[in-house]
Ligand binder design. Structure first.
Ligand code: ZN
Length: 306
């Protein structure tokens, strides 16, 4: 069917009228929203006095500076009831406290010594060294420990003995001079890289603290200062029990990128029972436990020449 010109014109006008009507409705709705939004915003920002605000300011005027005024209390409390205090933001849970923090005092049982933390002074020597009453194998010059770890090692080895373990000591305190001698003697044979692998440079050895002890399985001398110590009954017993006496396995397996040393299941470090127990239970290196930077390397590629 063909529309006449007049009909088409009428139809278009009707369409325009409907559109105008809708536009008007939409404009009214938008205006209403705008007014409401503006009002809410002003009120939120405190630019419009609300009924409650007025009440509060009256109460404040009434109470003046005397907060014990009888008039002030009811007004104050009604205002408080009408507008409750905002919920206090909950305190963040406090971090659980560590048993200890690292120390740089060489006399502390929590001193941190690694390839990034040499002794200060470099030739530090403890003053309370004693030779523990335990089976020991090796040069007498390297057989002492500080009093506290010496007593702890005696207890550890005696307890182990009661449980069928034959443990002995092969290295305790090493003086700066002694470390110097053994480091450079080995260095002359194999060079820096191979020497650094297992042996600390003088001034960087945990043995200089008097808190470190290398232990052996007496029945398995082939595993002395070797990874296979971990597979001996003594090695397994030490791994499970050393913390009860305040010692940790200081150089854990696959942690060389943190400690700077390959796995040394025989090297015990005394840190006290509380810290040792936490470190053991968390399975952490001492660096991680104390939240200290990893110490894989020395700052200097070559040791200071003798
Ligand atoms: Zn050692």
């Amino acid at each position: 069917m063909v529309e006449s010109r007049g009909q088409a014109l009428q139809r278009r006008r009707a369409v325009y009228r409907r559109r105008r009507a809708w536009a008007a409705v939409i404009a009214v709705v938008l205006l209403a929203l705008l007014v409401f939004g503006l009002y809410a915003g002003l009120k939120t920002w405190g630019l419009l006095p609300s009924g409650q605000d007025a009440e509060e300011s009256e109460a404040a005027e009434l109470s003046g500076s005397n907060s014990d005024d009888d008039l002030a209390s009811p007004a104050g409390s009604s205002a408080a009831a009408a507008e409750p205090e905002p919920e206090p933001t909950p305190e963040p849970e406090p971090e659980p406290e560590r048993a200890s923090d690292p120390s740089w005092d060489p006399d502390s049982i929590h001193v941190l010594v690694n390839r990034q933390n040499p002794f200060e002074p470099v030739d530090y020597a403890p003053t309370d060294l004693v030779v523990p009453d335990v089976p020991h194998y090796g040069p007498e010059a390297a057989m002492s420990l500080r009093q506290e770890p010496a007593a702890a090692l005696e207890e550890l080895i005696a307890t182990g003995r009661q449980e069928g373990m034959a443990l002995g000591l092969v290295s305790g305190y090493r003086s700066f001079d002694y470390q110097f001698q053994i480091y450079w003697a080995r260095h002359a044979e194999v060079g820096t890289e191979a020497t650094d692998l297992y042996m600390s440079r003088p001034g960087y050895s945990e043995h200089q603290t008097g808190l470190a002890a290398d232990v052996i399985s007496i029945e398995n001398p082939d595993c002395m200062l070797g990874e296979c110590f971990a597979d001996t009954p003594e090695g397994q017993w030490v791994a499970e029990n050393a913390h009860r006496f305040g010692f940790i396995i200081r150089y854990l397996e696959d942690m060389e990128h943190i400690t700077g040393y390959p796995y040394e299941p025989w090297h015990l470090r005394y840190v006290g029972v509380e810290t040792a127990t936490e470190v053991f239970e968390l399975g952490l290196t001492l660096e991680k436990y104390w939240e200290q930077p990893a110490a894989p390397d020395y700052d200097d590629a070559e040791p200071a020449s003798p």
